[in-house]
Each structure stands twice: as C-alpha cells, then as structure tokens.
Design a protein around this ligand. Sequence first.
Ligand SMILES: [Zn+2]
Ligand SMILES: [Zn+2]
Length: 255
Amino acid sequence: MQIYGDYHTHTYYSDGKGSMEDNVKEAVSKGLKQIMISDHGFNRRIKFMKRNELDELRVEADRLSKLYNIKVFVGVEANLISAEGDIDVLPEDMKKLDFIVCGFHKIIKPKRFIDFIRVFLPNYFYEITGFTPSEYRIKKNTEIYIKMLEKNKIDILAHPNHDFAIDVPAVARKAKEVGTLFEINGRHIEWSDSDVMQMNKDRIMFILSSDAHKSEQVGDVTKCENLVKKYNIDLNCIANLKEMPHFINRKEGQA
Ligand SMILES: [Zn+2]
Ligand SMILES: [Zn+2]
C-alpha cells in the first residue's frame, strides 16, 4: 500500500538505527512525498531526544527537504506522564516541532511519584505477570487517555492499546471528536475483531505508520495493510493515502 507520508519514524536521536538522511533516502526510494522524524521524547529515561537538539534537527530537516525534494517534518514521540493526562511536550516545545505523536511508554520519568504509583506501576504489573488487565484497569487507562486527548493537541495517537490496555473504540471516538488521528502502527496492532468492527462503524480516522526503527522499514506499512484488507476499512478513513493529513497542529500553508 502506497502512503503519501510516514509520520512516525525513529533515528539515532533516540533508539533508531539510522540517521535522518538514511530515513529520508528510504522514504524517497519508496515514493513518499513526506516524512516525519518522531524520536522518543523528553521524559524517556533511555535513548531519547533532548530539547536542545531540536534546532539541530530543524536545520537538518530543511537541508534534506531541499536536497531530496521531499518534505521532512520535525516531530516527537511524546509520553504520557501523569494520571491527569499530562504529556512531556511543553507549549514552548511546540514552536520547534511540527506535529506530535503521543502515547504510553514504560520507561519514562512521570510527572510526580504518585503518577508512577497510579499509572505506571499497575500497567507494569500486567506486563510482568502476563495477566489479562482487569476491567478496572482498562476503565482507568481509558479515562487517562481521554483526559490526555482533551488536554493536549496530539496529532497522532501512537499504537493504541500497546502496553496500556484501553477500551479501544471509546478512545477512538474521543480521538475523532478532538481531531487526533488513530494510528495503525506497523509494529504493534493489538485490537480485537469487535474493536475494529466498531471503529469501522464509527468511521474513525486512521493513519498508517511504520514506526520504523531501522531506515529500511520507513514507509513499510505491510502489517497495517493486512489489517485494512482483513476488516475492509474504508480507504476514505485513512488520512495519509493520497494527501497530507489534516493534523490538529497543522498551520496555515504548511506542507
Ligand atoms: Zn511508541
Ligand atoms: Zn515509535
């Protein structure tokens, strides 16, 4: 499946295995018109992009855009950091970023210690023991994600339901309401049949991303495509097939 742009890719700036230029070259070779570098953000504890690297990223993105005739955006893969739905992107960071991908990640600095107890510890428990998350946990996680979507302008909700069990259709409806694109992630798709069928009914707007950690994976949305075909997802509900998506943080004239 040919996508217009891949807006979730990693480089050396966090845990990716290639440079920005490697990702851009791969994007060009796959016929993409746009790419975003969205390295793991500021509150991650290991292999994360630092705020003081954003200017350097912008210079490189502009250089590569011109050199390879492709639009290169500077983004971040931000983290949930509190039970109130806060994330690790500050208003001043947005001046240096084009768009944000955001979701739950395990190894991060929470806002306060109490958030570690309320948000992170319970979810590690399910991960470590392999138990199915309780209904209570799913309800709590869903409430946290809904608050996060209401409070922050998130362009793409990263790998929904991965490491953080939620009521998938309920979060998807909120995402649609606020204009956040619901990601079909090329590495982690953890949805039930009924989740996808309900989202089809609700006409949720999806985006396909590779979440590439190696340059050769940029633009590879094979797993996403399999899901789209299996459930016959309406191609009009996929935001990045023919044109640049209507991102919530999109500014006038930005393309
Ligand atoms: Zn992620
Ligand atoms: Zn990622």
